[in-house]
Ligand binder design. Structure first.
Ligand SMILES: [Zn+2]
Length: 275
């Protein structure tokens, strides 16, 4: 599932291309893509004639800010991807186009989703405000300080890895970057969140930001299905230190990287480096 860096890469691309464009026509082929309106046609009707003011991101959510303060929220989940152009994109990469948005400059925005796990949600301004409030701080924002991380972990019995995945505590971190940040901070993922000492919290805070920044610089991690707009892909998978490296030597101490399962998700760690 795309995490903060991958969604941010997509956002930058879409924002640069779609600002001030108007959606002339929306063709949404699957009812199950529309998460909070009764029909696909109902969403299409709301979108047609709207101008895209900008494309934002909050956590792992992509947000099309429309005129009239409405927001089209998208979660790409595992398999959602966009393409933009005058013609249908390369069918070897985009075989399951399930929505097409015709723009006033003659181009189309295509949405492809083989498993249709992603989808669209129409948010009125107050609904968007409620979603925004329900999410934790953006880890790359200046307001996300070590102190803020400490506060959110205070008294937490849940394992630190699970706490990092909790979008209400911090927005945008998923399985890949939680594992990577904990490795860099040399913290064992099963430690209780509230048991971290001040210096460990400071190290974790630095690691979270460093991992996300490095991943952004590499245009994200390409795992299975992730593609940015028009099929381009990131390269951070070559820099991962633990995630997906079960049995391979730790880059720091050469012991084999281990995989465990926490809350139903794979966690990768080096048991000799992470305490
Ligand atoms: Zn190690």
């Amino acid at each position: 599932m795309p995490e903060l860096p991958e969604v941010e890469i997509i956002r930058r691309h879409l924002d640069a291309e779609l600002r001030e464009r108007t959606i002339r026509k929306a063709r949404i082929r699957r009812r199950d893509l529309v998460l909070n309106l009764p029909t696909a046609r109902a969403l299409a009707r709301k979108l047609e004639g709207r101008r895209i003011c900008r494309v934002d991101r909050r956590g792992k959510n992509l947000l099309f800010r429309l005129d009239g303060e409405a927001v089209l929220q998208t979660q790409l989940r595992m398999t959602g991807r966009f393409a933009l152009g005058h013609q249908r994109p390369d069918s070897s990469l985009y075989r399951h186009i399930v929505a097409v948005f015709e723009l006033d400059d003659g181009r189309n925005l295509y949405y492809d989703d083989v498993r249709r796990l992603g989808g669209f949600r129409w948010l009125e301004p107050q609904e968007w405000a409620a979603l925004d409030r329900s999410l934790g701080p953006e880890p790359l924002a200046p307001s996300f300080t070590a102190r803020r991380l400490e506060t959110t972990l205070e008294g937490t019995r849940a394992p630190i890895k699970n706490a990092l995945l909790d979008q209400k505590r911090i927005a945008g971190i998923g399985n890949i970057y939680a594992s990577e940040a904990l490795f860099r901070a040399r913290i064992h993922p099963e430690r209780a969140g509230g048991s971290l000492e001040a210096r460990e919290i400071a190290a974790l805070h630095r690691s979270i930001r460093a991992v996300l920044r490095d991943a952004l610089q590499a245009a994200g991690t390409t795992f299975r299905d992730f593609r940015a707009v028009n099929g381009s892909s990131g390269s951070y998978q070559h820099k991962l230190r633990v995630y997906g490296r079960e049995g391979e030597p730790c880059r720091s101490c050469s012991q084999p990287v281990e995989r465990s399962v926490q809350a139903g998700r794979s966690t990768f760690l080096c048991a000799s480096c992470q305490k």
